[in-house]
Design a protein around this ligand. Sequence first.
Ligand code: MG
Length: 277
Amino acid sequence: MEKLIITVAPTGSLPKKEHNPHVPTTPQEIVECALRCEDLGASILHLHVRDKEQNPSDDPNLFMEVVEGLKGKSDLIIQISTGGRANATLESRVKRLNVPCEMASLTTGSVNFPNAVYENSPELVRKLAKAMKERGIKPEMEIFDTSMIPAAIELQQSGLADEPLHFDFVMGLKGAQPASIEQLVHLKNMLPPGSTWTVAGIGKAQLPMAVHSILMGGHVRVGLEDNIYYQKGVLASNEALVERIVRIAGEIGRSIATPGEARKILKLTRKNKGGEP
Ligand code: MG
């Protein structure tokens, strides 16, 4: 089986230090945590940043601080979140893409979050896809519901995204698709041939969905963005979550991709570098 790509999502938009003291929130903390996770086996960093009050931030300078902090020390594939929390506008979501990165997340539809609508209109999705394409950034299609897969395929068919497509199945978020083997098989079967895919299980779904994905030939995303617990009542660290996946994959006989190997699996090229178009 193909080597396993581990994405670490260390920060996200929600957890603060009061919820889990291991959440890195300053650019320096994020850099240090990312380097440790890379040493343990992560090859992609899914990046959100926070302001001084630990609230999700849109500030491209904060994203840039992390990118600069990793420069020369890390081979991680940087994947900027274009998520819309923090009242982000289209302009601010596009602005982040001027930060050099090989990948960025792209949610191809709207969905209910537990307490809010995560709104991504067809127009906004197309504009974000176009902005990524202009900058040579490979989108990771964030799939919160089945309908988002045909929406991603349509972007490719209309020339706004290149094959092979890469997908992240977000599973077990209240309001969105359930975390079940049946749903995972269904999602996988909907993908165009040649696509790559990873799974981000939310909360207690993180571990079982990761294990299913390892067995099914998919890839894995872990981190405190999606799940702050290691097991019931025990807080996790990003490092421990990455380490556990490496250990389980090893037991199952699936070896771990380095960032260089992950680039080959994802068909990233030297054109995937982001920055100003
Ligand atoms: Mg995210």
